[in-house]
Design a binder for this molecule. Structure first.
Ligand code: PMP
Length: 456
């Protein structure tokens, strides 16, 4: 029974009570079965009830669950940092700072970026540039560099006004250009902003390799990150990749930036690192970034009491071992490819599916006016309807945003990386059934088929 004591996201809504989860499925206390089509909020990447992870957690809990990181390190935390380093780069060494949430990972990235300059005697380089469709976390520092209007709105007077630039949003290009003739106008905007503000005031630029919550898997064109990396290097600012949603296999690569052969100076991880079995996140800083700190103060001033606790570290280590052993990065590619194909054929039947984008098992769907392809009015209500009808039919998808982040209707599809072919077909079946139901009740101006393929 839901009580009046627990604050839930919407106080006027009723939520089903979860009973248990197994694989890609969740079951509520009324016995209803759901496909977890978005891995919670893109977190339960291994699915539910995975015995290997439960065993690893048990084993560590029996040994020691918590030590204070100022007094002890642990074998689990050391091994986790080593494994992350093994996966992230062949060119350089990365140091790992363990925290408990993606928001803390962003805060830590920001602090390390500012400290990097300070340790070299360069003060005043303390702004973080971002993009106006982005989400980097809910704490005030992370929200200051996030362009998620609905999550910012109440706190605007408290936030730092960090400058932001346009996202690489080809479906609705802010410059009304088309790639490649645009010559990456949106990337040039970063350079213009740096020149206008002055690189001497800027510590770093932060970006999600594929925009998540604020942009329903907005995926940049091929040359975008090479250009961004180059601009950051030429102007002497650090590049932070927020891989909290995209990291650890979700997009069909261990790290999403690998799709563009680019490496960041600082990388954040969260969500899939604990895969929902434990709260854990991480900030990884390259050798270049750590060097002045190592030979300077020798202290990274961030973290919370629970940071780097052995139980969370052992869980994350088991998650990474599971990803390796079951080749989940490859599976994300394979099942993602199948889903893209199937969703594109759905797009032909429903004119209000405007764009399907993303990589691997991070797929965004933007809903539009079927004739003009403009944003639909009351788009939040539309997204809500899609999510509600899908949930009624036993399918969980994630409400996202698009357009200007406020008026764009979109969802994210991101099932566990363990999904098999049969489960993917069941997913498509439930989504199709939900879309037929939605289409049936739409006003006539919203009906119509797509006669073109505008997917990317
Ligand atoms: N960065 C990104 C890209 C995210 O998607 C999120 C969460 N949606 C965060 C940071 C914040 O993570 P958390 O909610 O764990 O604080």
């Amino acid at each position: 029974m839901a009580s009046a004591y627990l604050i839930k996201p919407h106080l006027h809504r009723t939520y089903p009570i979860v009973q248990y989860g197994k694989g890609i499925y969740l079951y509520d206390t009324d016995g209803k079965k759901y496909i977890d089509g978005c891995s919670g909020a893109v977190t339960a990447n291994l699915g539910h009830g995975v015995q290997e992870i439960i065993n690893a957690m048990n084993k560590q809990a029996k040994k020691v669950a918590f030590v204070y990181r100022s007094q002890f390190t642990s074998e689990a935390a050391e091994a986790l940092a080593e494994k992350l380093n093994k996966h992230i780069s062949r060119h350089t060494h990365y140091w790992t700072f363990l925290v408990n949430s993606g928001s803390e990972a962003t805060e830590t990235a920001m602090k390390i970026a500012i400290q990097y300059w300070q340790e070299q005697g360069i003060n005043g380089k303390n702004k973080i540039l971002s993009r106006w469709l982005s989400y980097h976390g809910i704490t005030l520092g992370a929200l200051s560099m996030s362009g998620h209007p609905t999550r910012r709105v109440r706190f605007v007077p408290l936030l730092e006004e960090f400058p932001s630039v346009s996202p690489p949003y080809c479906y609705r290009c802010p410059y009304h250009c088309t790639y490649p003739s645009c010559r990456l106008r949106c990337a040039d905007e970063l350079e213009e902003a740096i020149i206008r503000i002055g690189a001497e005031h800027i510590a770093a630029f932060i970006a999600e390799p594929i925009v998540g919550a604020a942009g329903a898997a907005i995926t940049p064109p091929d040359e975008y990150y090479k250009r961004i990396r180059n601009i950051c290097d030429r102007h002497n600012i650090l590049f932070i990749a927020d891989e909290v949603m995209t990291g650890l296999g979700r997009t069909g690569k261990m790290f999403a930036l690998e799709h563009w052969n680019v490496e960041a100076d600082i990388v954040t991880l969260g969500k899939g690192l604990g895969a929902g079995y434990t709260p854990i996140a991480a900030t990884l800083a390259s050798e270049r970034v750590m060097e002045p700190i190592l030979y300077g103060s020798g202290v990274v001033m961030s973290g919370h009491t629970l940071s780097a606790n052995p139980l969370s570290a052992a869980t994350a280590l088991a998650v990474l071992e599971f990803i390796e052993k079951h080749q989940l990065v490859q599976n994300a590619n394979k099942i993602g490819g199948y889903l893209f194909e199937q969703l594109r054929s759905l797009q032909a039947s429903f004119g209000w599916i405007g764009d399907i984008r993303g990589k691997g098992l991070l797929i965004g769907m933007e809903f539009v006016h079927p004739k003009t392809k403009e944003m639909i009015p009351s788009s939040l209500a539309f997204t809500d309807m899609v999510v509600t009808i899908a949930q009624k039919n036993g399918l969980l998808v994630y409400p996202s945003a698009s357009g200007n982040g406020k008026d764009g209707a979109a969802i994210i599809i991101a099932p566990p990386l363990t999904m098999n072919q049969e489960e993917a077909a069941e997913f498509v079946d439930l989504l199709t059934r939900s879309f037929v139901e939605i289409d049936h009740d739409l006003p006539t101006w919203m009906k119509g088929k797509n006669h073109h393929d505008n997917g990317q």
